[in-house]
Write a protein that binds this ligand. Structure first.
Ligand SMILES: *[C@@H]1O[C@H](CO)[C@@H](O)[C@H](O)[C@H]1NC(C)=O
Ligand SMILES: *[C@@H]1O[C@H](CO)[C@@H](O)[C@H](O)[C@H]1NC(C)=O
Ligand SMILES: *[C@@H]1O[C@H](CO)[C@@H](O)[C@H](O)[C@H]1NC(C)=O
Ligand SMILES: *[C@@H]1O[C@H](CO)[C@@H](O)[C@H](O)[C@H]1NC(C)=O
Length: 407
């Protein structure tokens, strides 16, 4: 059962992700194509900026790859819109701790100035998530290929979802949840030793918070840590804490997105600042996971954050699409024409109704309940004659909130 709330027709000509075309927009939740016209596969990723380019590392998940660990991909971009496939940063090696039947997840890279190496960190595990280790691989080149070094129990402990943060002073930190054992359920920030292939000490513990998918971003004044709750591949309300120092004290937590949207159906994986000439824009980057069986269908939810260092607030709002100028740091949102579903003509058993509960996404919430063999027709939609985006806003009352938009 579906309830259509409105239709937004964005009156602009745009490359709709077709192969070879230049992407003009970031479209949260849409299939993202690389510069070869292939589906961009970099899930649970990490981004690092190096010499004017961004490098996006992520899990390779493709329909044709049946192995548990099929590799870590790396893409590069100078505008955050068009990403060039730089190949496999790390490939599985049978008989080692990165064998194809094992797990290497949530990759993040950092440059080690001591050995002049790039170091790729990830969550290293077996198929039943019983090992709970961290893994490292190194390469003299940012794009690899990376050579696997080791998988280990950090500071003798356990580690599940992995994040990495490099501070402005150059020091690097591992962020991780320590698993689901009765004695665990914590989230840790641990400083790395020089060389960045091992940990030195825990600088902060979120004791018993039982969160995962950690990412830290620094606004210039405050640190923000994002983490999700533990609901597997189903999204939940990602929370944020802020602090003036990584060692805390950290604020209490609050939701990043309107409650009920499950962070617009996403789980945190990274956040980073685009430090432009006019403003610094922080982007929240999450994974919109498909089911464990169809991980390759997962997409990315990237949204600009609204950050207030005075109050420590960090929130994201929904945008169908937007563009970002990496030189100025400015984000622009294309405008469109909205057509309300309640103005449409219905047939069959469809009928007009209202939301009975307050709905955080809609100020105005008349909607049309659509059943099988019923229809709604919205007339007089005027297009430009060029390709355009159409966003369909709907509410699925079968679940708490399913909020998807199809271009
Ligand atoms: C994963 O590791 C744990 C801990 O060693 C072990 O108990 C479990 O059997 C392993 N799972 C598989 C599939 O080998
Ligand atoms: C690093 O990348 C450069 C440029 O692509 C290449 O010429 C060089 O062989 C690479 N080095 C290694 C060790 O892979
Ligand atoms: C952005 O760059 C300016 C100028 O280099 C610097 O003062 C500022 O701290 C930077 N902000 C962040 C968030 O890195
Ligand atoms: C919908 O209409 C078609 C054609 O009249 C009919 O065959 C089908 O059984 C109907 N389905 C439902 C769910 O009512």
């Amino acid at each position: 059962m579906l309830s259509l709330t409105r239709l937004l027709v964005l009156l602009l000509a745009t490359g709709i992700g077709a192969s070879g075309r230049k992407n003009k927009y970031i479209v949260p939740g849409a299939t993202w194509y690389d510069t070869d016209g292939q589906i961009l596969s970099a899930h649970a990723g990490g981004i690092v900026e190096h010499e004017g380019r961004w490098y996006w590392f992520g899990q390779n998940e493709r329909q044709e790859d049946k192995d548990l660990f099929s590799g870590i991909n790396v893409y590069s971009s100078d505008d955050l819109l068009d990403w060039k496939n730089e190949g496999r940063a790390l490939s599985p090696v049978p008989g080692t701790d990165i064998a194809p039947d094992l797990v290497a997840e949530r990759p993040k890279a950092v440059f080690d100035p001591v050995n002049k190496n790039w170091v790729l960190w990830f969550h290293s595990d077996n198929s039943t998530y019983g090992l709970l280790r961290q893994g490292v691989a190194t390469s003299p080149n940012i794009t690899g290929p990376y050579e696997f070094q080791k998988a280990f129990s950090p500071l003798g402990g356990t580690s599940q979802d992995f994040g990495l943060f490099q501070d402005v002073d150059g020091s690097a930190y591992a962020l991780y949840s320590n698993g689901d054992d009765p004695a665990a359920h914590d989230n840790l920030i641990s400083r790395m030793k020089p060389g960045f292939t091992d940990l030195e000490e825990v600088v902060y513990t979120f004791l018993d918070f039982d969160l995962e998918a950690p990412a830290i971003v620094f606004s210039g004044k405050r640190y923000y840590i994002l983490m999700s709750h533990k609901t597997g591949y189903r999204p939940n309300n990602v929370v944020v804490f802020s602090a003036e120092k990584l060692a805390g004290p950290w604020s209490i937590q609050s939701y990043v997105a309107p409650s009920g949207t499950r962070t617009f159906n996403s789980q945190s994986t990274m956040a980073f600042a685009v430090n432009g000439s006019h403003e610094t824009t922080i982007l929240y980057c999450g994974d919109q996971w498909a089911t464990a069986k169809d991980l390759y269908e997962s997409t990315y939810i990237w949204l600009p954050a609204e950050v207030d260092d005075r109050t420590g607030s960090f929130t994201i709002g929904w945008h169908d699409l937007y563009s970002i100028d990496v030189n100025t740091g400015k984000v622009t949102y294309p405008e469109g024409q909205t057509y309300e579903a309640e103005d449409g003509v219905v047939t069959g058993s469809a009928y007009k109704t209202v939301c009975c509960a307050q709905h955080s996404l809609e100020t105005h919430c008349d909607l049309i309940q659509v059943f099988p063999n019923s229809s709604i027709t919205i007339d007089n939609i005027v297009g430009t004659g060029n390709p355009q985006w159409v966003s369909l806003y709907y509410h699925n009352p079968d679940g708490l909130c399913t909020y998807r938009r199809y271009p």
